[in-house]
Structures are given as C-alpha cells and as structure tokens.
Design a protein around this ligand. Structure first.
Ligand SMILES: NC(=O)c1ccc[n+]([C@@H]2O[C@H](COP(=O)([O-])OP(=O)(O)OC[C@H]3O[C@@H](n4cnc5c(N)ncnc54)[C@H](O)[C@@H]3O)[C@@H](O)[C@H]2O)c1
Length: 384
C-alpha cells in the first residue's frame, strides 16, 4: 500500500489534533511540520522524528510531499490552499475555507481543474450518530422537515482578559464566531437534513468591545496568556450571533452562538423536527441520538457498530457501550479522505462523502449572507 506523505502546517491547538489522528492511519506517513513559530515547530518535529520545514514554500517545493494539512489561522487558508493545489499537492484544510466566497469559489474551481477533491475539517459530521441522523432523515423517518433549531456555545472568551487572533479582522476575516462556530453548525444542519439554507436574517453583537491583549505575543487557542503585560484594544468582530434561517423546502430554523456562555465549553446542539418524528444531538453527550415521537415513547439511541444503519456502522469503531469522541470523529473524516486518495490512485470510483471544498464554499456563501443581513437589517438570500 502506498502511504500518503503528509506535512502539517500550523501546529497550534488543532494542528496537534491532526498529528495525533494522522499517526493512527495505516495509509499515511507524517513526514514533517511547519509553524511560523520556529521553536514550536522544531520541538514538535523532534518529538515525532519528522522534518522541520522552515516555511510552507519549502514544503510545496518538495516532491516527496503528497498532502498538506492546513491548520493555520483563517487568513492563511486561501493563499496556502491555492499554492498547494497549484503545486500539485492534495489538501485537507481547516475551516473556514477562505476569507470570502470569491476566494472559496476559486479554490473549488482549482480543485476541479486539478481533478481532485480536497477536504475541509467539518468534523462534527463524523460522529457515528450524526451520520445515523442523516440516514434516518434521508429514509423519511422524520417525514417532512419543519424546523431545525440549535446552538453552539462556548465560554473561553468570557472575560476581557481572554484574547485570541480570532478577534483580529486581519487574521480572522470579517467574522469571528459565525465563521468559526457558525460554519460548523450550519454545515451540520445542511448535512443532516440534506436541505440547503436559502435565506438568513442575522443579529450579531460584540459584547465586549475592548479586551486586554497580551503584550508579549499570541496565545494559542484555549490557552491562557502567561503574561503580566496587557494593552487594551478595541474589538470589532462579534462574540455573539443569532440567525433566523429559511431552508429550501420552506422549513424554518434558528441558531444562536456565543463565546461568553459561562459553563458551556463546546456545547453544540441541533434539533430537527419533522411531520412524523424528531431527533436531537448534543455534542456533550455525543454518543446519543434522541428520537422524539408524538404517539409512542421517545428513544435514546446509542452509537453502535451493530445497531446503526448498515451505511453508518463503520463510523462506530468501538464495541457498543464504549463512547467515542472528538478525536474519533476527526479520525473518521481523515480515514474517508485518505481512502478516497487511495482509491483515486487505484482509479477506483467508490464515492466518499467527506466534506470537500464545495462544502467549505457553501459555508462562505452562508457567512456572507449573514454578514450582509446584519449590515442591511433585512433577510438576505444565500448566494449560489
Ligand atoms: N475543525 C475544528 O474543530 C477546529 C478546531 C479549532 C480550530 N480550527 C481551525 O483551525 C485553524 C487554527 O486554529 P487553532 O485553534 O489551531 O489556532 P492556534 O492559534 O492554536 O494555532 C495556529 C498555529 O498556526 C501558526 N501559524 C500562524 N501563521 C502561520 C503561517 N503563515 N505558517 C505556518 N504556521 C502559522 C501559529 O504559530 C500557531 O502555532 C483556524 O482556522 C480554526 O478555525 C478548527
């Protein structure tokens, strides 16, 4: 079996998660790492016995590298994904795919021209019972979808002493939380229901318009700044957002997100209500799928390699009763992507349903509609 030779670019919070899961895949060899922070990259390279590349350009020039994982902050996604595609590399990128829909559209086109499918890490799709939810909706178990409701709440930016590059438009783009957490939730909503979001009415707020930025450099995500020196800086990007949603079949939805929700660490909830039944999934109890009925008792379905729909069993990789988690969801996504690359090399036409650059572009269109709605104070149609 040919192993895909992979370099992870950006080894902060999510880059390290990528490294952990990549090393479990039999058809992958982690060959190197890059980070703007050279000391960090060097120490990670030493720890894993891989090459420390000085920059992404040297990775793209290296014919020994097949795939890059782009785990840098948002601003770097478009230029690096584009350069990698033009250099003939395969790409698995972090979200958002780009800073604008124009950029993400170009990346979709470039991937098509290179006759490849690149992946984006909308990892919440890959929990076993989320896959199960999608199949159950597609089989018509819920009937006609009426409503899709939910939230994505965190608390790591609650205090004005909490700081992240995600609050800086130069690095994050025109949105903080909608691009970051909203893109995951909207992807889940479209993935589970199979319905496109067509119109949006958005309300955002920058609850804390000033924050204390550490003077001595950046803070990795979810870490605390270890510094005595701060400077107070104005914040323009939102830390709260609410969306009213209309779906292509007329279904209505609501979504709320906040990074100032004390006690909520990574609380994603999605509920889908249909004419026959409903379902709900909550990340903090991610092995369970709640199935709601009007005329019989509700059910709590637990992920299972035996009881899930035949199509989704392979995602439940532990014996029944052993809960899987975030790392496993990311592993499932990576496994599909690398199986696709393997089948591509073997000219095999098997279809793999991992989120690709098209999915990343959808989220950019949704984000731009939300930003336009907030500006105009009206409903805005999602572009195509
Ligand atoms: N899919 C998910 O569940 C998930 C979770 C967290 C973050 N993310 C995404 O991953 C990206 C990174 O987020 P994070 O939380 O890991 O941030 P982070 O700040 O913890 O890490 C980013 C790393 O990239 C490095 N970096 C910055 N510019 C670089 C460049 N030009 N070249 C090489 N390295 C560079 C930084 O030095 C840092 O080590 C973001 O776009 C975020 O949206 C996705």
């Amino acid at each position: 079996m040919k192993k895909q030779r992979v370099v992870v670019i950006g080894v902060g919070y999510i880059g390290m998660v990528h490294i952990g899961e990549l090393r479990k895949l039999p058809n992958v060899e982690l060959v190197g790492v890059v980070d703007k922070n050279q000391d960090l990259a060097k120490s990670i390279a030493e720890r894993y016995g891989v090459v420390h590349y000085p920059d992404s350009e040297s990775v793209l020039r290296d014919p020994a590298v097949d795939v890059i994982h782009n785990c840098t902050p948002n601003r770097e996604h478009y230029p690096l994904n584009k350069a990698a595609l033009l250099a003939g590399k395969e790409v698995l990128t972090e979200k958002p795919l780009a800073l604008t829909a124009k950029e993400s559209e170009e990346l979709v086109r470039l991937a098509k021209e290179q006759k490849t499918r690149c992946a984006i890490n909308f990892c919440y799709r890959y929990y076993p019972v989320v896959q199960e939810a999608k199949v159950r909706v597609a089989k018509g178990e819920l009937g006609v979808i009426y409503n899709v409701l939910g939230h994505y709440l965190q608390d790591w930016l609650l205090y004005d002493t909490d700081y992240s590059w995600r609050l800086e438009p130069d690095l994050a783009g025109s949105s903080n939380i909608l691009a970051d957490l909203g893109s995951h939730w909207c992807d889940l909503a479209e993935f589970i229901t199979g319905l496109k979001i067509t119109e949006i009415f958005a309300d955002f707020r920058t609850t804390l318009p000033f924050r204390k930025k550490p003077k001595d450099g950046t803070v990795l995500t979810f870490s605390k700044a270890e510094t005595a020196g701060f400077e107070e800086v104005p914040i323009s990007l939102e830390d709260y957002g609410s969306l009213l949603l209309r779906f292509e079949n007329g279904a209505r939805g609501t979504f709320t997100t906040s990074e100032l929700a004390a006690g909520r660490k990574c609380d994603i909830e999605i509920e889908v209500y249909g004419s026959n039944a409903s379902l709900a999934w909550r990340h903090e109890r991610s092995s369970e799928l709640w199935l709601g009925h009007r005329d019989k008792a509700n059910e709590l379905f637990f992920e299972s390699p035996l009881l899930q729909n035949e199509k989704t069993r392979r995602f439940a990789r532990l014996p029944s009763g052993h809960p899987m988690g975030y790392h496993d969801a990311i592993y499932n996504l990576f496994a599909d992507f690398y199986s696709y690359l393997e089948s591509k090399d073997n000219q095999n036409s098997t279809e793999f349903a991992f989120p690709d650059f098209e999915a990343g572009h959808r989220e950019m269109l949704i984000l731009e509609a939300a930003l336009a709605s907030k500006e105009k104070g009206t409903w805005v149609a999602v572009g195509s």
